[in-house]
Design a protein around this ligand. Structure first.
Ligand code: GLN
Length: 447
């Protein structure tokens, strides 16, 4: 598949039309149907000229195209409006080719929690593609489309990017508007691009980032500027810090790949430091308490009255009950866990404790980043599991061990693909997304 930059060039030189590209994409989609990467395809007959194709995770609202969050509860929901990111992409000539599969309401790490069936890894169909942005990872990894949007609450862009061998960027919290993102955990949710090159990531960020009056938590900052990223690339000296204690629980194959990468960039003149991160052992528990608590509140709106599917009962309460039975097992588990953590008597013990741990982790990250440009650690502690491995919920949660600390701190993080289902995270200071993009473009050039 071509990169977005190559498509733009090809259109300019009139070497092909979007109609030809679209036919090619549809052929590829059919050929690779067994990936189960799409939930809905854009069936629109008339396609715009010189459009740039993009796939969108199906928890991001698209006007006139069904948006399900991979849940039976929303399987008939066709939104009357566009999310801010989709609106901005369309205004710059992008065409939404389809909506990609995910773990229901973005809750999961393998893509297997979808009401529409699991997605397969594009490089080995017996493996999971990673989640929750499973379909977006698979379509880009399979070369069906140059780029896709995903969402990342605790790692959902980065993990599938590592497993599918592509670039995936979780922006700083608030840098991209969440208006029209189906909420999972509002204090953590971020939308970001997944693509086959870091330049395409920067390009998409330049379009989707920037203040949005429709999202009160969106940062009052200018959109990412491509020329600023180019400017930053001229910097001579880059310093990174490796968090040695985060390698302790990693598969030896991942440690090897990671160390090769560090040696390689050291050879190119990057200054490497080593440090130990405190409190990291609390990250996973704090994340799952906070994310589930917020989810239990956000998902209260699916009552069969306002959105999506309704399963009518004898009374209003029974209608609620019947409808909400449509949630999948993992979603129910999170609602139960979150409701428990927020309930009288447990609130201080769990929710408040988790918020305190989050603050410590955030401060610790800030401390580490005062003396370095980036923190660098592997994206996943282990290689992608086989489809249907049937681990315990906790073992699935552990796949997020290395991604959630950055989510709790809201930092901008790129997954740099290293091949063989592995990746490395490059995390920068809060709000300095351009620095991460610049450094990763440089890495992309030398790799
Ligand atoms: N795997 C994590 C979870 O299940 C993260 C999901 C996400 O980032 N959306 O909560």
């Amino acid at each position: 598949m071509w990169r977005i930059s190559e498509l733009i060039k090809g259109y300019k030189e009139k070497r092909f039309s979007f109609k030809e590209i679209w036919d090619e994409i549809r052929k590829e989609i059919r050929r690779k149907e067994n990936l189960n990467a799409f939930i809905t395809l854009n069936e629109q007959e008339r396609v715009p000229e010189n459009a740039l194709p993009i796939a969108i995770k199906d928890n991001i609202i698209t006007r006139g195209i069904r948006t399900t969050a991979a849940s039976h509860l929303l399987e008939n929901y066709v939104p009357p409006y566009d999310s801010t990111v989709v609106k901005r992409l369309k205004s710059k000539g992008f065409f939404v080719i389809g909506k990609t599969n995910l773990d229901e309401f973005a809750m999961g790490s393998t893509g297997e929690n979808s009401a529409f069936g699991p997605t397969r890894n594009p490089h080995d169909g017996s493996l999971v593609p990673g989640g929750s942005s499973s379909g977006s990872g698979a379509v880009v990894g399979a070369g069906i489309v140059p780029a896709a949007l995903g969402s990342d609450t605790g790692g959902s862009i980065r993990l599938p990017s590592a497993y599918c061998n592509i670039w995936g960027f979780k922006p700083s919290y608030g840098r991209v508007s969440r208006f029209g993102l189906i909420a999972f955990a509002s204090s953590l949710d971020v939308i970001g691009p997944m693509a086959s090159s870091p330049e395409d990531i920067t390009f998409i960020m330049s379009i989707i980032s920037g203040k949005d009056p429709k999202d009160a938590t969106s940062l009052d900052m200018e959109p990412v500027s491509i020329s600023r990223v180019k400017e930053l690339k001229k910097r001579e000296r880059w310093r990174i810090t490796v968090l040695d204690n985060l390698l302790d629980n990693c598969d030896p194959k991942i440690v090897n790949k990671f160390e090769d990468f560090i040696r390689f960039i050291k050879g190119k003149g990057v200054e490497i430091r080593h440090a130990k991160m405190n409190y990291v052992e609390f990250a996973l528990s704090a994340y799952y308490i906070i994310a589930s608590s917020e989810a239990s509140s956000n998902l209260a709106r699916y009552d069969g009255v306002r959105y999506g599917v309704r399963k009518t009962g004898e009374s209003l309460n029974e209608t609620y009950k019947n409808t909400r039975e449509l949630f999948g097992k993992e979603v129910k588990r999170r609602i139960a866990l979150g409701t428990f953590a927020l309930s009288y008597g447990y609130y201080d013990k769990f929710y408040i404790k988790a918020l305190k741990a989050r603050r410590l982790i955030k401060e610790e990250m800030e401390r580490l980043l005062r003396e370095t440009d980036f923190i660098v650690v592997p994206t996943s502690p282990s290689l992608p599991p086989k489809l249907g491995s049937g681990f315990s919920p906790i073992d699935y949660y552990k796949l997020d061990e290395l991604t959630v600390p950055f989510s709790l701190a809201g930092l901008p993080v790129m997954n740099v693909p290293l091949g063989d289902y592995t990746g490395v995270q490059v995390a920068g200071r809060y709000g300095r997304d351009e620095e991460v993009l610049a450094f990763c473009e440089l890495i992309g050039e030398i790799m």
